[in-house]
Design a protein around this ligand. Structure first.
Ligand code: FAD
Ligand code: NAI
Length: 475
């Protein structure tokens, strides 16, 4: 590998990195992508795709689907007159299916690298310094030279002090996606996205799930109406035990499992469980990059400081994805990867963080884009709101799943859509229409004038846009 020279070297092959590498190569730049052994297979071969494909988006959605089917077979069939007795779940098969999907997709990226002529450099990448007008990057002791470097090293789970994670009993996302059986009692610290998604998986498979959350408010980042509806469904209908405003004091492991001592208001409480998931956010991977050696600027929270085109303080060094400030989402990382590759090739690139959608893959799903009602109030922006329940939608009734609603917020003066919030079946797909609308500065009237197929859940988006103008037709 000695003295290999490239136009672009990408460090990290998660969604930010592999997409940046593919796009750079498509644009005719000689490109290499360095990926460490973080997710290597049992033979030591590196696996591409980063957190998302290996221990994040994809495996979690595979397990969510299996658990939803199990739940449906047990409790959703009766209303259709279908009886299914003796329904059982084999967790090993479920986990194997998930592993197969991961293997298929991670090896697919190797194929995409070959197709697009991206050179894969397996190993840990770190900065060495400058050689005339090129950067020198070390890959497991060998050096490569690059005109441009894109740092896409991603993030890993944040752990809490004095709570060691062994990924057998006390788990972060890595262990929590590979349980060998259904724990009788599952504890979760953190009622964020991972806590709710994985808590739901194991609840459906039969665990007693208790989620301990530090904040006094549930889903504080979501629109309050959505958070309220979600709270009702998760705690009252689905039986997730979520405790808000807790302070964790100690976690101890014994042969019997895990004991969590915590305060809830003035009360001291103890939770005993068989497994514990710690899902309290993620930290950027900047250690081990030798950032100091080259003076790469990192902020006090460990993120690489970047400008609006993801350029760092160093010439021709860029950074994308979870390692830079902003939402820690795969699609945001990919957008940044494309933007940087296009900027390097002399094109114009742009990522609009205001229209990045959020999705929580619980059941019902939760998805939103733009501002929440509480944000608009806080910012003193005058708005009109339209909210339509799925209970008024024929398709939702036919599918036997009428929980939730679509809520649209539009500027009172211009009618431009400022935010859309969905809780309900298929919210993850429905939100795409709102993202397109907002990206093109559409008004609620624009959505109202679009013909939506009947009967579809998307008609609820249409009705919500009519409701902004107080003229819904079916509610
Ligand atoms: P990463 O995916 O973290 O990839 C970084 C890569 O860089 C890794 O492969 C790592 O091994 C490699 N690397 C790090 N340092 C070095 C080095 N020095 N040298 C060489 N290689 C290095 N997001 C969504 O949008 N939708 C979801 O449904 C979703 N679900 C999630 C579920 C879970 C359980 C988790 C944990 C996350 C989920 N996310 C989801 C978040 C998503 O996975 C991340 O936002 C996304 O993976 C970030 O992409 P990235 O390329 O920036 O970093
Ligand atoms: P999160 O930020 O979503 O939630 C963490 C929760 O833990 C917060 O509610 C926080 O208040 C709480 N918390 C923090 N410290 C605590 C403590 N000491 N005790 C109790 N509670 C505490 O983080 P999470 O769930 O770990 O996920 C990490 C990131 O991964 C997400 O922010 C998201 O960016 C990404 N992700 C995205 C998914 C999606 O798009 N569907 C799915 C899963 C993860």
């Amino acid at each position: 590998m000695a003295n290999k020279q490239f136009d672009v070297v990408v460090i990290g092959a998660g969604p930010g990195g592999y997409i940046a590498a593919i796009r750079a190569a498509q644009l005719g730049l000689s490109t290499a992508c360095i990926e460490s052994e973080s997710y290597a297979d049992p033979k030591g071969e590196v696996r591409l795709g980063g957190t998302c494909l290996n221990v994040g988006c994809i495996p979690s959605k595979a397990l969510l689907r299996s658990s939803e089917l199990y739940e449906e077979a047990q409790h959703g069939f009766q209303m259709h007159g279908i009886s299914a007795e003796g329904v059982k779940i084999d967790v090993a098969t479920m986990v194997k299916r998930k592993d197969n999907i991961v293997n298929q997709l991670t090896s697919g990226i190797k194929g995409l690298f070959k197709k697009n002529k991206v050179t894969l450099l397996p190993g840990h990448g770190k900065f060495v310094g400058r050689d005339e007008d090129r950067w020198v990057v070390d890959v497991n002791g060998e050096q490569v030279h690059a005109t441009h470097v894109i740092v896409a090293t991603g993030s890993t789970a944040r752990h809490l002090p004095n709570i060691p994670v062994d990924n057998k009993v006390v788990c972060d996302n890595v262990g929590a996606l590979s349980f060998e059986g259904t724990p009788k009692r599952l504890g979760v610290i953190g009622a964020g996205v991972i806590g709710l998604e994985l808590g739901s998986v194991w609840k459906r498979l039969g665990s007693e799930v208790t989620i301990l959350e530090a904040l006094p408010d549930f889903l504080a980042a979501a629109d309050t109406a959505v958070a309220k509806e979600a709270w009702k469904v998760f705690t009252q209908k689905q039986g997730l035990n979520i405790q808000l405003g807790v302070k964790i004091n100690a976690v101890t492991q014994s042969k019997k499992g895990v004991k969590i001592e915590y305060d809830l208001g003035d009360e001291s409480k103890v939770l005993e469980c068989d497994k514990l998931i710690v899902s309290v956010g993620r930290v950027p991977n900047t250690q081990g990059l030798a950032a100091d050696a080259v003076g790469l600027q990192i902020n006090e929270r460990g993120f690489i400081v970047v400008g609006e085109h993801c350029q760092t303080n160093l010439p021709n060094v860029w950074a994308v994805g979870d390692v830079v400030p902003g939402p820690m989402l795969a699609h945001k990382s990919m957008e940044e990867g494309v933007m940087v590759a296009e900027c390097i090739a002399g094109q114009k690139g742009h990522v609009n963080l205001d229209t990045v959608p959020w999705v929580i893959y619980t059941h019902p799903e939760i998805a939103w884009v733009g501002k929440t009602e509480q944000q608009l109030k806080k910012e003193g922006i005058e708005y009109r709101a339209g909210q339509i329940p799925f209970a008024a939608n024929g398709r939702a009734l036919g599918q036997g799943d009428t929980t939730g609603f679509v809520k649209m917020l539009a500027c009172a003066r211009t009618d431009r859509i400022l935010g859309v919030h969905v809780i309900g079946n298929n919210a993850s797909e429905l939100i795409a229409e709102a993202v397109v609308a907002m990206e093109f500065n559409a008004s609620s009237e624009d959505i109202a004038r679009i013909c939506h197929a009947h009967p579809t859940l998307s008609e609820t988006m249409h009705e919500a846009s009519l409701a902004v103008d107080k003229r819904p037709l079916h509610f």
